[in-house]
Design a protein around this ligand. Structure first.
Ligand SMILES: [Zn+2]
Length: 79
């Protein structure tokens, strides 16, 4: 598990608790909307990129990251 040291206070996306400066957190990206990749279309003769969803970067605090890790392992074992 790769953790990053926090240099700017943030809020955990999972438990909404504060991540303080100096705490360890995990960086994750989250897709909002459609998971379809962006496509290019011609709109009035102009090539236009059509976004179907956006990817945002979120931060997960250490306890949540550990819980996620355990769940991933559990899911893997169930398969
Ligand atoms: Zn959390």
């Amino acid at each position: 598990m790769k953790m990053t040291k926090c240099n700017k206070p943030a809020i955990c996306d999972q438990c909404q608790k504060d991540i303080n400066k100096g705490d360890l957190y995990r960086k994750k990206s989250k897709r909002i909307g459609s998971s379809k990749v962006d496509t290019m279309e011609m709109r009035g003769g102009i090539p236009t990129i059509i976004c179907h969803g956006i990817t945002i970067n979120i931060k997960i605090c250490q306890p949540c990251a550990e819980i996620n890790e355990l769940q991933e392992v559990a899911n893997h074992e169930n398969r």
